[in-house]
Write a protein of this length. Structure first.
Length: 559
C-alpha cells in the first residue's frame, strides 16, 4: 500500500532527498553575495587535463617563475658603465656577479654578487630577472636574449653610467607576467615571499576566478562567446600598452575580470599617426588595429582568429598552421593571377615579418600590422606628437592630462609637458583628492620653478591616500626636497624616512636624508642611511663619496 502523497513528501524531506523551495531560495541568495576567488591552474587541471598539458607549453604559461638550474651561464661587459657581468650557477641557484675592473680609486671600485630568484619573460624573445632583498623586489640589469642567444643589459639600461640594481618591481609590473601577486599593502615593492603564488599567466586570467565553478556552482567565462568589446578586452588587458595607460577614478586594472569591459577600468592613449612609429614590445593590439585585415573585418576579427591560447604550434608546423589561418579569408582562387602564391608559401615571412622593437633591447617581434608589402624602417621620434585615445576607450581632461604627464617624464618634451599642465589644471577642481593627479601636476609645477604651488599639491597628495605607495613615495621624496631647500630640515627628514620605509632603495631619498642628518651633526645616522642604501644600490658614486667624507670626519673627531 503506497503512503499518501503528503506523507511521501514529508518522508523525502526528512531524508534530505529533495530540497524545499525555501531552502533552494536561501541557497540562491547565498550565492548572490558569494564572490568567486582564484583557485589556480591545478584546480582547473583536475577536469581539463589535456588542455592543461597543452597550455603549460605555451609562452603565456612560462611568462614568469622561480629561477632554477636552467639558466645559461655567460658574461659580458657594459661599456658605458664599465661594469663586467657574469651569470653563473651554483648550489641550485643562479647568481649575477658584477665588477668594475678599471683603475678606479679604492672607494669607487665595485665587486659583488646578487642572487637571481625569479624571472619574467617567456624566453620566446628573452627573459629578464628579479632579485629580492628583505622581501623588496627589484629588476636585475641583465637579460638573456633568446633569439640572438646572448646576455646583455636589460631594456632601459643601455646608456647607464652606473650599475642600477634598485629598479623597483611594483605590483602593476607583475600583472601581465605572473598570477596572484602578493604585494605588501602600503609599500612600493615589498611582497610576501613568494611574490606571486602561481607562475605565468594562469587559466583564470582569461576565464575569470574559478572557485564557484570548481564547486559546480557557476560557469566560467568563455572569451570566444562574449560580445566583441568584452572578448577583445581579455587579450587587451596584457597585449595593449599604448603610450600611456590611465586608470579611471576609483578603478584598478587589477580589479578587471574577464567578461567585463576593460574600458570601465582604464583608458589607453597612442600617438596620432602611430602607424609611422617603430614597433614596441607590447603593441600587438594597436598594430593589429592598423592592419587592412582588421579594418575590413571589423568585429568579426580578433586575436582568436589566428591564435589558440591553449596551444602553440611546433616550430616545424608554424608555417602550415598560420597559412591555414590566412587562407580562411584569403582564398587563392579569389586573388589576381599575379598575386597567387605557392600552396606552401609562408605568409608570415612577408606579411608579418619579425622586426626589431624600439623598446625591447635586442628583441624582434612579429609585426601585427600585416603589411601588404614589407615596410621600411619607421621613425621613433615622438616629440611634439599629440596623444589620442585608442578606439573603444573614452578620454576626459583628467585621463588625457595624466597620459601626457606620463609621456613627458620619458620624453622630456616641452609640448607634452605643457599639454599635461593645461589639462590637469583644468581637471583639478573635480579631482582635488586624487593622489596621482595631484602628484603629476605638482611635478610639472616644480619643473616650472613654481615650488609653492608644487608643495601645496604634494602635501594634498600625502593627505589623501597615504597607502597608495607609488604616489606617496613620489610626493614624499619631492616635498622633502622643497622643505629642505626652505630650511625645514626636520619635516624633510620625516618625509624621506617614511618614503624609505616603503622602499629602502630610493637613492635620492636616502642620499638627501644623509645630507640632512649630517647637517645636524648626526654623522652616525647619516652613515647608517648611506650604508643601508648601498646594500641595494652599490654603484651610487655620490653615496660612496659622501660616506667616505663622513667616515674621515668621524675619524678626525675621535683623534
Amino acid at each position: 500500500m503506497q503512503p499518501p502523497r503528503r506523507l511521501k513528501l514529508i518522508l523525502l524531506l526528512c531524508c534530505g532527498l529533495i530540497t524545499p523551495f525555501w531552502a533552494a531560495s536561501f541557497r540562491l541568495d547565498a550565492l548572490a553575495v558569494e564572490q568567486a576567488s582564484y583557485v589556480g591552474n591545478q584546480a582547473c587541471a583536475k577536469c581539463h587535463q589535456e588542455i592543461a598539458r597543452s597550455y603549460a607549453q605555451t609562452p603565456m604559461a612560462a611568462s614568469s617563475g622561480v629561477v632554477r638550474d636552467g639558466v645559461v651561464e655567460g658574461e659580458f661587459r657594459h661599456n658605458p658603465s664599465g661594469v663586467s657581468y657574469r651569470i653563473v650557477r651554483g648550489n641550485g641557484a643562479a647568481w649575477l656577479e658584477y665588477e668594475r675592473r678599471d683603475e678606479a680609486p679604492a672607494g669607487d671600485r665595485l665587486r659583488g654578487r646578487r642572487q637571481l630568484q625569479y624571472f619574467i619573460g617567456s624566453n620566446a624573445a628573452g627573459r629578464s630577472f628579479l632579485s629580492m632583498i628583505d622581501r623588496f623586489l627589484f629588476q636585475a640589469p641583465v637579460t638573456w636574449y633568446a633569439q640572438s642567444r646572448r646576455w646583455d643589459v636589460s631594456p632601459g639600461y643601455e646608456a647607464d653610467r652606473e650599475m642600477r640594481l634598485n629598479r623597483p618591481i611594483e605590483a602593476n609590473c607583475l600583472y601581465c607576467h605572473a598570477s596572484q601577486s602578493q604585494p605588501v599593502f602600503g609599500t612600493q615593492n615589498r611582497y610576501v615571499d613568494p611574490p606571486f603564488t602561481q607562475p605565468g599567466v594562469g587559466c583564470e586570467r582569461c576565464h575569470g576566478p574559478g572557485s564557484l565553478h570548481a564547486r559546480g556552482l557557476a560557469a566560467m567565462v568563455n572569451p570566444a562567446k562574449l560580445d566583441a568589446a568584452r572578448r577583445d578586452s581579455v587579450c587587451a588587458q596584457c597585449h595593449l600598452s599604448g603610450e600611456a595607460r590611465v586608470e579611471r577614478p576609483g578603478k584598478r586594472l587589477a580589479f578587471y575580470r574577464p567578461g567585463d569591459l576593460l574600458s570601465d577600468y582604464v583608458s589607453y592613449f597612442v600617438f596620432e599617426e602611430s602607424q609611422k612609429l617603430g614597433l614596441k614590445a607590447n603593441s600587438h593590439v594597436e598594430n593589429l588595429a592598423q592592419s587592412a585585415c582588421k579594418q575590413r573585418s571589423g568585429e568579426r576579427m580578433s586575436c582568436l582568429n589566428c591564435h589558440d591560447p591553449h596551444a602553440t604550434p611546433a616550430p616545424q608546423e608554424r608555417a602550415d598552421y598560420f597559412r591555414e589561418k590566412c587562407l580562411a579569408c584569403h582564398r587563392p582562387e579569389a586573388l589576381p593571377a599575379n598575386e597567387r602564391h605557392t600552396l606552401k608559401a609562408d605568409c608570415a615571412v612577408c606579411h608579418m615579418p619579425k622586426s626589431r622593437v624600439v623598446d625591447g633591447g635586442h628583441g624582434v617581434l612579429t609585426d601585427h600590422r600585416i603589411p601588404r608589402v614589407p615596410s621600411g624602417p619607421r621613425t621613433g621620434a615622438t616629440a611634439g606628437r599629440k596623444l589620442v585615445s585608442f578606439p573603444g576607450f573614452t578620454p576626459d581632461a583628467r585621463m588625457l592630462g595624466l597620459a601626457y604627464a606620463e609621456v613627458a617624464l620619458r620624453s622630456n618634451d616641452q609640448f607634452h609637458q605643457r599639454e599635461a599642465w593645461l589639462l590637469l589644471s583644468e581637471a583639478l577642481p573635480r579631482h582635488a583628492t586624487e593622489p596621482e593627479l595631484l602628484t603629476r601636476l605638482a611635478f610639472i609645477h616644480e619643473a616650472r620653478n613654481e615650488t609653492e604651488q608644487a608643495l601645496k599639491l604634494y602635501e594634498a597628495a600625502l593627505r589623501t591616500e597615504p597607502h597608495r605607495a607609488p604616489q606617496f613615495v613620489i610626493a614624499a621624496v619631492n616635498a622633502g626636497r622643497i622643505y629642505a631647500a626652505r630650511g625645514e630640515t626636520e619635516r624633510a627628514i620625516a618625509l624621506w624616512q617614511d618614503a624609505l620605509a616603503r622602499n629602502p632603495a630610493l637613492s635620492e631619498a636616502a642620499f638627501n636624508l644623509a645630507l640632512a642628518l649630517q647637517s645636524q651633526g648626526n654623522r652616525k645616522k647619516a652613515g647608517e642611511a648611506l650604508e643601508q642604501l648601498l646594500r641595494f644600490d652599490p654603484d651610487s658614486a655620490r653615496s660612496k663619496h659622501l660616506l667616505r667624507q663622513i667616515r674621515i670626519a668621524e675619524k678626525q673627531t675621535s683623534q
